[in-house]
Write a protein that binds this ligand. Structure first.
Ligand SMILES: Cc1ncc(COP(=O)(O)O)c(C=O)c1O
Length: 405
């Protein structure tokens, strides 16, 4: 059964000819995902805990979504716990690390001490705010390692230097939601692994490693084996999926601790109880099934063509020569980040490219006036005629995070 007479894509598109580039805030649902959600709503409405056919059907759908998500990330299905979103997954990791710290201290006969967590200064609020709250309550300490003003990265040496005897968690996002800068998570995990061997010999608590991959999945390769992390946060709506999330945990409850924040009906092996949101899980399974970077295949190849000019300032871009300079600046600015469109020329930037989410939004260019906390809106006349407005709303850029551009 379909959702209506129009294709799902047309029903979901409300952009009125405008190009949406605010992919770090959220992405439009892929048509096949919308269809999968609808199908599950209509056909798999049973309670997955029920043993009758309607329940079994829902349970099977959830199992298959879990398998798809695990396959996409290089993990095992039993390592995936579905959550309401990234906020919950991130909070769960922090909660777990603190609980685990206290439990291991208790086992050693030492109930003193406060857990310490190392993170970067540019993490999402769902990492920063719980840590600040725990700090205010005296339940945990946190060190927020500043990012390099040159690269925008949290340097591995700086993160390691912040580790203390009571450190129980290092949490470093995989890609930043404002700048797109990719953090050296694989190297960090590897160095923490070596450090953990030494700490075990000295009876110090194990340091768990978490990465928030919300902004990387769908834009670049994410493989939990390569990253070597204990936990990884997944946020469906950042890669054309529905508004739920998941937490990857390497063998939860055995190799890696995982403590629930909620208690209830035993779903998700009691790590995250509550009757499963089957339609959204099915949608997440669908988007994962399509594989990383393959979600949106070319459809509308309408070229967006220069000249581009900003509403606020018109310096730096506009005519042929300036456009070339702009392309150069983009490449330099975004080299090594997950802003893949920087490698393209503006005239090659197509609807399709924009809709694929290859773009990050930190479009602050050297020499162009921009103020922290605001973002330009760019007019981009299309070859087909008619002005369209690129929407950069909700995007914040700070000078520091852009490496002092
Ligand atoms: C890096 C990062 N982590 C976590 C989240 C939280 O995701 P949600 O708001 O869907 O819970 C976001 C969302 O903006 C994000 O960008």
């Amino acid at each position: 059964m379909g959702m209506g007479t129009e294709p799902v894509e047309a029903q979901c598109d409300s952009l009125d000819g405008r190009v949406y580039l605010d992919y770090n805030a959220t992405t439009p649902l892929a048509p096949e995902v919308a269809q999968a959600v609808w199908d599950a709503m209509c056909q798999a409405w049973g309670n997955p805990s029920s043993s009758h056919p309607a329940g079994r059907k829902a349970k099977e759908l959830i199992s298959s979504a879990r398998e798809s998500l695990a396959r996409m990330l290089g993990g095992r299905p039993e390592d995936i716990i579905f959550t309401s979103g990234g906020t919950e997954a991130n909070n769960m990791v922090i909660h777990t690390a603190c609980r685990h710290f206290h439990e291991s201290q208790h086992r050693r006969g030492d109930s003193q001490g406060t857990p310490h967590i190392v993170t970067s200064s540019v993490e999402h609020d769902s990492i920063r705010l719980p840590l600040e709250q725990l700090g205010r309550e005296g339940l945990a300490e946190a060190t927020f390692v500043p990012v390099s003003p040159r690269s925008g990265q949290a340097e591995v040496d700086d993160v390691l230097a912040a580790i203390q005897p009571n450190t129980c968690l290092v949490s470093l996002m995989l890609a930043n939601n404002e700048t797109g800068v990719i953090m050296p998570v694989a190297e960090l995990s590897q160095r923490v692994r070596v450090l953990n061997q030494r700490r075990a010999a000295e009876s110090q608590p194990r340091i768990l490693v978490h990465t928030d991959a919300a902004q990387m999945i769908g834009k670049g390769r994410v493989d939990v084996q390569e990253l070597g992390v204990d936990y990884l946060t997944i946020v469906g709506h950042k890669f054309h999926g529905p508004r739920i999330g998941a937490l990857y945990t390497r063998s939860p409850g055995t190799a890696t601790p995982l403590h629930p924040m909620l208690f209830g009906g035993g779903q998700e092996r009691s790590f995250r109880p509550g009757t499963e949101n089957t339609p959204m899980i099915a949608g997440l399974g669908q988007v994962s099934w399509d594989g990383q970077g393959e979600w949106c295949r070319p459809s509308t190849e309408t070229a967006i063509c220069g000249p581009w000019s900003s509403e606020g300032t018109n310096s730096g871009c506009g005519r042929e020569g300036e456009l070339g300079k702009f392309q150069c600046q983009l490449k330099e600015t975004f080299w090594g980040t997950c802003c893949r469109f920087a490698a393209l020329t503006i005239t090659q930037l197509t609807w399709h490219t924009a809709l694929r989410g290859d773009t990050d939004l930190a479009l602050a260019v050297p020499g162009w006036a921009h103020s922290p906390g605001t973002m330009h809106r760019w007019r981009c006349p299309r070859v087909t005629g008619g002005a369209c407005l690129c929407v950069f709303s909700g995007c914040r850029v700070s000078e520091q995070e852009l490496g002092g551009l």
